[in-house]
Design a binder for this molecule. Sequence first.
Ligand SMILES: Cc1cc2nc3c(=O)[nH]c(=O)nc-3n(C[C@H](O)[C@H](O)[C@H](O)COP(=O)(O)O)c2cc1C
Length: 213
Amino acid sequence: MSKDLSNYRKSYIKGELNESDLPKNPITLFSDFFNIIENNKSEREPNAMSVSTVDINGFPSTRVVLLKKYSELGFVFYTNYKSKKGQDILQNPNVCLSFYWSSTEQQVIIKGLAFKVSESESNTYFNSRPEGSKLGAIVSNQSQVIPSREFLYKKAENLKKSNKALIKPESWGGFIVKPVLIEFWQGKDNRLHDRIVYKKENDKNWKLYRLSP
Ligand SMILES: Cc1cc2nc3c(=O)[nH]c(=O)nc-3n(C[C@H](O)[C@H](O)[C@H](O)COP(=O)(O)O)c2cc1C
């Protein structure tokens, strides 16, 4: 089976990044991008992002997670610390996040260091989740091999029937990614895209430069 996709080709025409309009702080620009997408409701999950981690052998893995918070301090997502990504991060905190929003023809790539958020922050978020999500997080030893789907469903059903309090597992919580470099990509015609990078110089300042597409 083979399929030729060489004719798949789109023009990108929806915007541009001009140095004269750009804020000094990349979180402000991220927020501008995000708010536009959120308001025009063009993406089903605008907060879906890929997270790349690297294992002890230098082998990378990428998967999608949901961004749950962003601020000057960083980008927060929740997961199981014993999962593949959790284990990778605990051995090597260097990660890369990436968003692609096709409706605005934008990509954002964030390189940074991931740290566990506080237990209390993880608890607050866990307790805000619907019952089904809590059950799922408790019964799933994420990234472990299991014998069948039934095995998992049974675990969830038994826990539900037991009427036990749904308490956050110790191994479940948030990571905050503190950025050291953020690239904003805006698709342009004829593949002459805009790429603007903010590189962290110190606690207050970011160096801004443009890359060739
Ligand atoms: C749209 C979408 C959102 C997801 N959100 C999360 C999330 O917030 N946290 C999480 O641990 N996994 C999430 N997942 C599942 C992950 O992609 C992945 O399968 C899981 O975390 C196990 O990854 P790992 O074995 O590499 O650690 C999501 C998947 C998709 C497609």
